[in-house]
Design a protein around this ligand. Structure first.
Ligand code: MTE
Length: 301
């Protein structure tokens, strides 16, 4: 099942990290045609953006379970035990159960996806993820007729996640997607960055990545996935509903009540780097705009 999605970002015109290159060869050997094909198809695309380096991606994080500072996740997330790990898949599925992560991974095709990542706080990065399509996992679980949404839940373990000792947010962190968003081939379950195991601060051992939505939709360290016919509650919407909606599609024309979303600060671009214009659906308009045909995006922020 060698599925792929054409990225418009690529490594081809940059000097990749040597560690990444080595790893890419290893993965290429394992995944065979799938990865080779994905790299080939991305090579013909624009390639004008450069992925952030490993240190930036893994040291400037939002993961409130470990504190609210950008460097807190890197400082405290090593305490999280990520093995063993299982994901409960329940609700409107044919095959509910507690799935060991290793069993899931043995059935999935790991691909590389270089995606723009745009936080609602108006900063952005470019991340070379490794992962599989959420659609493949949902297919394995067997989505029942009538299911309309997918709910996600992060682990609660205050002994290891020190930020959970305070009610900064309601725990567990929860997120949700409409079923068609979840099934979209861009929607990824990430287990790696730069071909290496995803670090704890980035959401180990498995997280969601929805590149056309603000970063907070991309929930980390997932332990539960529930298929439902109701729109599920989401953490930031529950915390401050007037500022964070269910959809949270990146949209430069709809400002956050307290700041503009028209442009973004590029992390790693240097102190005096110019802000860059934010793209509709974070640059994935061609692929996802049809999901929202006829919808008032100002109302459904
Ligand atoms: N997931 C959980 N469980 N807890 C969080 O605090 N923060 C979100 C999202 N996923 C968050 C989370 C936010 S606000 C962003 S911008 C991204 O993770 C940050 O991902 P990164 O640290 O890998 O850049």
């Amino acid at each position: 099942m060698a599925k792929r999605w054409t990225n418009d970002l690529t490594h081809t015109d940059v000097t990749p990290q040597s560690v990444y290159l080595n790893r890419r060869q290893i993965i290429g050997g394992l995944a065979g045609v799938g990865l080779a094909g994905a790299l080939g198809s991305s090579a013909k695309a624009a390639g004008d953006l450069v992925p952030n380096d490993w240190d930036t991606i893994t040291s400037y994080n939002n993961f409130y379970e470990f504190g609210t500072g950008k460097d807190d996740p890197k400082r405290f997330a090593h305490k999280l035990t990520t093995d063993p790990w299982s994901i409960k898949i329940d609700g409107m599925v044919d095959n509910p159960g507690d799935y060991a992560l290793g069993d899931i991974l043995s059935k999935m095709t790991i691909e590389e996806r270089i995606y723009r990542f745009r936080c609602v706080e108006a900063w952005s990065m470019i991340v070379p993820w490794n992962g599989f399509e959420l659609a493949d996992l949902l297919q394995m679980a067997g989505v029942k007729e009538g299911a309309k949404h997918v709910a996600f839940e992060t682990l609660v373990r205050p002994e290891e996640m020190i930020g959970q000792k305070r009610p900064v947010l309601p725990w567990p962190y929860v997120e949700g997607l409409r079923l068609d968003e979840a099934m979209h081939p861009l929607t990824l379950m990430a287990t790696g960055i730069y071909g290496k195991t995803i670090p704890n601060q980035n959401g180990a051992p498995i997280r969601l990545v929805v590149p056309w939505k603000y970063g907070f939709k991309s929930i980390k360290s997932i332990v539960r996935i529930t298929l439902t016919d109701q729109e599920p509650p989401t953490t930031w919407n529950t915390a401050i509903g007037s500022e964070y909606g269910f959809y949270s599609n990146v949209n430069p024309t709809v400002d956050h009540p307290r700041w503009s979303q028209a442009s973004e600060r590029v992390i790693g671009g240097g102190l005096f780097a110019e802000r860059q214009p934010t793209l509709m659906f974070n640059g994935y308009e061609d692929q996802v705009a049809k999901l929202y045909d006829g919808m008032d995006l100002r109302k459904n922020y």
